[in-house]
Design a protein around this ligand. Structure first.
Ligand code: SF4
Length: 324
């Protein structure tokens, strides 16, 4: 029997993950009252800024964001998540746990490819199943595939809209607006009003690491106190042509560092996370590229136990040693 709390008089089928973890069609009554759809403030919240909340709002649902990551989120992550996960995945579990009691369903896409010809981290593909195993007793899970190798992001939005029972014209308008808002937000976030002076320091990392105020906020604050010329990697960066690196974000980082020169960049600081398979594969490649360019490189590997004082000491030592 379906575990959903929605009346069966709805218009369309929705694929959800019910408490037994199997996908099956059920119905959502979106026309009678707004459904509260939880969006965890982690992972795809940062890789697709403002997209999901705009889209859900435009089709008549009520998007509910979890709170920004703070120490409570970290403590919840330690309590609810698998200890072997990377930090962003643990925080994601904590954000989902925060939402489950207050929403009708949590949105968890299966991200397989964010860019045609490339793939995403495998953890993101397994996310709906992992969340289903942990949380489907407490909430329904709204799943859609994001796989640019097979279909555009607009098509994925279309599928979500149809699953939620929205009409075709409404979905079209909502997806166009959501994509436009996302593009504007990306430009506002990634194109600073001023270009940092040279030589500058580049900060590398995954978008949900760099943009999460708790994971990277303290590091960026310290860096900006120590030096005035900090550039945070933008994710509108191009891909490295003819590269063997097929992970989309790692490829962009690789492309960025291969274009650096010693006159413009004084150093590169990578904010990596413990137990990240992609980071552990890429760090030695990045180190080798930057060594050839004679650009100093430091990697900070974070987990839920990282203390700001220790990170500050390492940043100060790195900046001082370059100054000497
Ligand atoms: S790329 Fe790394 S940090 Fe991102 S989800 Fe995968 S393992 Fe976690």
């Amino acid at each position: 029997m379906c575990c959903c709390r929605f009346a069966p008089s709805a218009i369309d089928n929705l694929l959800c993950l019910p408490s037994n973890g199997k996908m099956f069609p059920f119905t959502v009554l979106i026309k009678s009252r707004s459904k509260r759809i939880g969006i965890p403030r982690a992972l795809y919240f940062y890789t697709y800024p403002a997209l999901w909340e705009t889209f859900f709002r435009e089709i008549g649902a009520e998007p509910i964001l979890s709170n920004p990551t703070d120490i409570d989120t970290v403590e919840r992550a330690v309590a609810v998540s698998e200890s072997e996960h990377c930090l962003p995945n643990k925080l994601f579990d904590a954000h989902v746990a925060e939402l489950t009691e207050s929403v009708d369903m949590v949105f968890v896409p299966r991200t397989i490819s964010m860019r045609k010809g490339y793939i995403a981290c495998p953890k993101l593909g397994a996310l709906p199943d992992a969340i289903s195993a942990d949380s489907s007793e407490r909430t329904d899970i709204l799943v859609v595939d994001i796989n640019e190798n097979k279909q555009s992001l607009e098509k994925s939005l279309w599928e979500i809209g149809r699953k939620l029972g929205a009409e075709a014209s409404l979905i079209r308008r909502a997806s166009q607006k959501a994509l436009a808002v996302m593009r504007t937000r990306r430009m506002a976030t990634e194109e600073p009003a001023f270009v940092p002076a040279v030589p500058r320091f580049l900060v590398l990392g995954h978008p949900y690491v760099l943009l999460d105020p708790y994971i990277s906020g303290g590091i960026l604050k310290t860096l900006n106190r120590l030096v005035s010329n900090v550039e945070v990697m933008a994710f509108s960066e191009k891909m490295a042509p003819d590269s063997h690196i097929l992970w989309c974000t790692s490829n962009k980082m690789f492309h960025k560092i291969t274009g650096l020169d010693q006159d413009t960049y004084a150093g590169v600081i990578q904010i990596a996370v413990f137990n990240c398979g992609c980071d552990s594969m890429m760090i030695e490649i990045f180190r080798s590229v930057l060594k050839k360019k004679r650009i100093p490189y430091m990697v900070l590997i974070l987990d839920e136990h990282s203390a700001q004082a220790g990170l500050d000491t390492r940043l100060e030592a790195f900046i001082d040693s370059i100054g000497w």
